[in-house]
Design a protein around this ligand. Sequence first.
Ligand code: AMX
Length: 434
Amino acid sequence: MATLKETLFKKIQEHRPRTTRLVKEFGDVKLGEVTISQAIGGARGVKCLVTDISYLDPMEGIRFRGMTIPETFAALPKVPGCEYPYVEGFWYLLLTGEVPTMEQTLQVVEDFKARAEVPRYVIDLLRTMPRDTHPMTMFSSAILAMQRESIFAKKYAEGMSKMDYWDPMYEDCCNLMAKLPEIAAYIYRMKYKGDTPIASNKDLDMGGNFAHMMGIAKPYDDVARMYFILHSDHESGNVSAHTTHLVASALSDAYYSLSAGINGLAGPLHGLANQEVLGWTQDFMNKLGGKVPTEEELKKALWDTLNSGQVIPGYGHAVLRKTDPRYTSQMEFCQKNLPDYPLFKLVNMIYKVAPGVLMEHGKAKNPWPNVDAQSGVIQWYYGLTEYDFYTVLFGVGRALGVLANITWDRALGYAIERPKSVTTAMLEEAAGIT
Ligand code: AMX
């Protein structure tokens, strides 16, 4: 049986002529034009990135390698006795575009186990940081500290053909991915659970081992698998994916690149929104003395937030124009596993009320919830109430997508990224107002 790496190399060799042909024969074909509002407004809608790992349709939502979320969950091999698939099998799918067999999946599970040990100096580094440091800062610092392990950086310094770049990049990405769950769980147990880290259990798959190291009982292993897969990728233009790709385009290795992407994920308009959703919801419940609010009270709280110039966290999206299927997938999990949980009921009530408020407010192009509006509820229910940790969970998941992407970036020889900037005076001249 071919290994994941051998299968990936075959796919890379098949794919390379497609990219070469497009650049050589069709390089001048136009994909669109850029307007002044796009130049000022965060390049929204400008088509200038290429990825085959996932595609985000504004109405349908995400597809991983062409598969919707329900199709992905149904197709991948499942951990015996569990409802969600191996994260390792999903990594195989993202890298190759092929659904792995159980045998191929278990080969990746074993490969990751052999790569999973976290260097002692990373633990030492985390332990020297003040305990009130944000867990995302700890997570990003731990990733960056491991840069000295980079095989890509070493091989590059020795001299290597461009055609071979993908190989050490793949090795770095697998080494990093295998270590992230343990780093995240260590930060959690050190920071919030009285400094009681739990040693890794090598008999378990990535999701199962993560739940074990977090100290949270079943079915949290399935929650971890679901969560990591749902948060993995959302095509290439979002801040964490784009940052990782941008930094990697300078031939910075996977450690530099992922650490940078994680820093972008830490922003409140991106990954931090899941922490903000829970913060907002808990504040609101506290103000009401813990009682279930009426729709009127909820409406007022949403308007108060908007009138004070803040955003409603967990709502809106730069690309999506309907309810995020990642939200729906988590809602279905809640309906099955925690239908009567008061926080779930409140989040559902927000889902009923907030879109109407946002539509009346008239600013957000998408009044519907994104992934972050629902994810905290599930974590809270299973005892993970320290909500500033939620973005770290997002980060472990997001690493799957962005690391698969930068492996392919190197395989296809994507160029260093360098869009062109203009001055405000040039925009005024283009607009004919000088
Ligand atoms: N609450 C209030 N106002 C909102 C809003 C919300 N949830 N979503 C968008 N708006 C406002 C914007 O701030 C902007 O106002 P401005 O014209 O005064 O600057 C206006 O509506 C138009 O914005 P947009 O084109 O609809 O969205 P965008 O592409 O500029 O931004 C996003 C997208 C996600 C940053 C934005 O919807 C937002 O801030 N949402 C809340 C934070 C959040 O949930 N982030 C998580 C996103 C998913 C993820 O990455 N994890």
